[in-house]
Design a binder for this molecule. Structure first.
Ligand SMILES: [Zn+2]
Length: 233
């Protein structure tokens, strides 16, 4: 697998985006035994996309729906699950292992966003919260936006209990066995974006739990994370 994955439909001269694989190493600091190796992997990831590693701006995700506008590179912004910017050269960054990275790209206003969506963020509509903030800050119109859903745990692999399943529209839930249910977070986020007026939602369709080259919390519980970067050129 390539060191960095991209969604072909988002390729644009003005947008940089990518998802790191284990070929670059884990980029998750929280449970890292060797933080320096993680910082090196993050820098390699930025460099692979021709971005200055010093511009990496981390969303200190907490599974909520808070959005931060980024006007200059900042080490880490705590308590937010989405970053948006209209400034070129800033590498918006977040880490994942089964949760979904979602890229928002407004070519008309040259603005972009990066979202972190697990079940809590999806229930809280974090992707459309980021879209609404882009509208407020940059004048983004949903119909101009191209959205990309990166790697995450698929609707067959993501088993949850009834307590989680019942929080979602049953369109996205299948009964598994006993009191277990399968939840399709990619479909739920796609539906939320569509309902908000985004017509173009591109899904990489790559399951973290089924892909060895990507970290999966459900598969390994080992603290490894892959990263997503979004930046404007
Ligand atoms: Zn799967």
């Amino acid at each position: 697998m390539a060191p960095v994955l991209q969604i072909a439909a988002l390729n644009d001269h003005a947008l940089i985006h990518g998802f790191s694989t284990m070929e670059l190493g884990s980029v998750g600091l929280t449970h890292a035994k060797n933080p320096e190796a993680v910082r090196d992997a993050r820098r390699r990831f930025a460099a692979a996309l021709n971005l200055d590693p010093d511009t990496l701006t981390v969303a200190g995700a907490v599974h909520g729906e808070q959005v931060a506008r980024v006007d200059e590179p900042t080490d880490s912004i705590e308590g937010v699950d989405a970053l948006i910017t209209d400034r070129p050269g800033i590498a918006l960054f977040a880490t994942y292992a089964d949760c979904y990275p979602i890229v928002l790209w407004d070519p008309k206003h040259r603005a972009a966003g990066l979202v972190h969506a697990g079940w809590r963020g999806t229930e809280a509509h974090v992707a459309t919260a980021a879209l609404a903030e882009m509208a407020k800050q940059f004048g983004t119109k949903p119909e101009d936006v191209k959205a990309g859903i990166g790697p995450g745990i698929c609707g067959n692999c993501y088993e949850v209990g009834a307590d989680v399943a019942e929080r979602f529209d049953q369109t996205f839930v299948k009964h598994s066995t006993g009191d277990r249910y399968q939840l399709d977070l990619a479909a739920a986020n796609t539906a939320q974006l569509n309902a908000a007026g985004v017509r173009d939602v591109f899904n990489l369709d790559l399951c973290t739990k089924e892909t060895e080259a990507l970290p999966s919390h459900r598969r390994d519980h080992d603290g490894r994370r892959f990263g997503a970067i979004v930046a404007l050129r």
